[in-house]
Design a binder for this molecule. Sequence first.
Ligand code: ADP
Length: 537
Amino acid sequence: MMDTQLTIASMIKRTEQYFPKKEVISRTQNGVQLFTYKDTVGRMKRLGSALESLGVKKGDRVGTLAWNHHRHLEAYFAVPSMGAVLHTINFRLSKEHLIYIINHAENKILLIDEDLFPLIESIKDELKTVEAYVIMTDNERLPETSLQPVYSYEQLLDKADNTYEFTTKIDENDPAGICYTSGTTGKPKGVIYTHRGIYLHSMALGMTDTLALSEADVVLPVVPMFHVNAWGMPFAATWMGTTQVFPGPNMTPKIIAEMLEEYKVTFSAGVPTIWLGLLKELEEGTYNTSSLRALLCGGSAAPKGMIHMFESKYGIPFLHGYGMTETSPLVSVTRVKSYQSDLPVDERLELLSKQGLVVPGIEIKAVNENGEVKPDGKDMGELLIRGPWIADAYYKGDSNSDAFQNGWLHTGDVVTIDEEGIIKIVDRTKDLIKSGGEWISSVDLENALMAHESVFEAAVVSIPDPKWQERPVACIVLKDGAQHKVTKDEIMEYLRPQFAKWWLPDEVLFMDEIPKTSVGKFLKAKLREQVEKQLVI
Ligand code: ADP
């Protein structure tokens, strides 16, 4: 067979040729703008030319600090297609981590949104490698800034060579992008994505039994474009000629609900916190969401109660995906197999709340001290993954080399695998609660708590215990209006029939909010500190 190169430039060549009329809809600071793919690919090429004129060469890192919008999409394709490496920076990281990752990735140019540049101004003296700043704004005039030298994105595009074509001298194994983990444990670690990895991952997103992304879809990525490349959706959707709707800066559940309705979105993706917010919005307002064929939820466990509400009340099918920065990210997705279509509601929900079946192209296994776990849905072990879009090292060989051993990525996620091959994440290794020598899954307890009608969110952490080593404590945020109605006793009565006695939390604490990471996951280390303070441990 021919050894043609799987590159990002070849993906947009197809978009340009076959889908010039299809559209990218983008909400920015100044309103909603519409571009055809003809415009979009033209702008991508001009961006490539502009970056070249700023001195960007093959292998250089170009960083973005941006919301989800058309300019960010343009950078997604222009930067790797000219041979450089796209570093999508999570602007919600602490300043210390921001400085660390920009220096560590040795970013040469930063493309920054108009509302985010003050953040970079405040750390500019610490940035060692940045040679120019480009502000992405709709306005003709650049805002006052101390960043130097500074350029306007639109002016650069206006001046750029419109006959520019992307280089064909790219090897599929060249780096195309870099993302950093969100650094919940220690320093963020860099993961390099190759052209080949992104190309194959995009193919996987199109498969019918994964996300089935197609030309006919209208997709709205709520998951930030700095969070594992918005789970790879902008790459796949552009390649397939799918209409894309970008929700832009400071989006709220209301904005999302309005855009879903107005643009007849068929597919959207985000973390559970986003969908909990949308659910509340749907309950309070009147929206027509009938165009949605599925919502993809990932990043942390999707609560069963939430899946049930979306499916039963709003008729919106739910897909639950699992992955991590190191895996591009898609590893598995929940799918009800053809012969399971008449499962009773409870069993179906149980299935949908698990992390699903590994996608074609990727291999998994789980291991514990006794070797490979039994596929019985009970035996627990650490999930190991390998495949063509799974990282095999951290950038610059950073710490935690334990993660890569004997050709497998060691995820740090503890799972069971059942006889159907369905993966269920029981916990992260560091969050498992060990009580009297036995494991308690915080995820199972959280799922049960979040199914309670008055509970908005719940997280379970361990506290030290002189007799049992560790004991679980439940932290609960009640739904608006539920205050004063729910007591610890009621919660305990509710959990009692569902769990063995020794799994039941020792304490139930009611809180206003649960601390979260920059990408909306429970920040268990911080929560544990708060709990220990509150219980005076
Ligand atoms: P970080 O590791 O810095 O939190 P990632 O976004 O890469 O950043 O997070 C990956 C982790 O998120 C996984 O290892 C897993 O623990 C968790 N995760 C991702 N998807 C799911 C899911 N569907 N259900 C439960 N946990 C998930």
